[in-house]
Design a protein around this ligand. Structure first.
Ligand code: G4P
Length: 189
């Protein structure tokens, strides 16, 4: 999506260690006009797929998912990261490692909000190693829900996540795919 690519070129900062900083418009300060355009683009791409719910994960996926949900006219469920190991209640749960932060989160969703027969669109801000989306796919599987696809804002295509998720048969629509980057230079696919 040209508008997102231009914004990344203008305001994105490539930091050491393959990290793209986009906190001026995506995951700290948030440009909701841009989110609206992204949501409409996913709605166009997944039109006719019968999406009835959007599933995302804390934290920075939530804002993007909420605005996208307006374009689809469906609710958003976000998977919660929990620090406690002993989670009571009726939840689906999965362990999600973060390669970037070197941590593992237990991620949960109430059984009340993921149902067999749901047609889910997964939404997240970044696709890097794919651990977050794999966690959401696992939660959907536990619920017997169907995954229509995944809408990603920025895919770092030089990292393995995109290939891993597509190899599972999930349609991934990334609005900006970065082929390579280094400080001061970003190349899109
Ligand atoms: P994944 O997102 O594909 O699972 O890959 P990875 O485990 O490497 O990512 C760990 C976290 O780092 C994720 O956020 C992800 O969104 C974020 N991330 C990955 N690459 C970049 C990057 O280049 N720039 C920025 N700004 N973030 C990146 P998280 O810790 O799970 O959650 P949250 O930050 O949304 O709370």
């Amino acid at each position: 999506m040209r508008e997102l690519e231009e914004r990344i070129r203008r305001d994105g900062i490539v930091e050491d260690g393959d990290v793209l900083k986009v906190d001026g418009f995506l995951n700290h300060q948030m440009d909701v006009e841009l989110f609206g355009a992204m949501g409409r683009e996913w709605a166009r791409l997944f039109a006719g797929e019968g999406v009835n719910k959007i599933l995302t994960i804390e934290a920075s996926g939530i804002g993007i998912a909420c605005i996208a949900a307006q374009a689809f006219g469906v609710p958003v469920v976000f998977a919660k990261k929990s620090r406690t190991k002993n989670i009571a209640g009726d939840v689906y749960r999965v362990e999600v490692p973060s390669f970037t932060h070197g941590t593992v989160s237990t991620v949960i969703v109430s059984r009340r909000f993921l149902l067999p027969g749901d047609r889910l669109l997964l939404i997240d801000d970044f696709l890097a190693n794919g651990a977050a989306l794999e966690g959401l796919i696992a939660l959907a599987g536990q619920a017997g829900a169907q995954i229509v696809g995944a809408g990603v804002a920025i895919e770092k295509a030089f990292q393995p996540g995109g290939d891993r998720i597509r190899a599972k048969g999930v349609r991934v629509e990334s609005l900006a795919r970065i082929k390579s980057m280094s400080p001061g230079q970003i190349e899109f696919c």
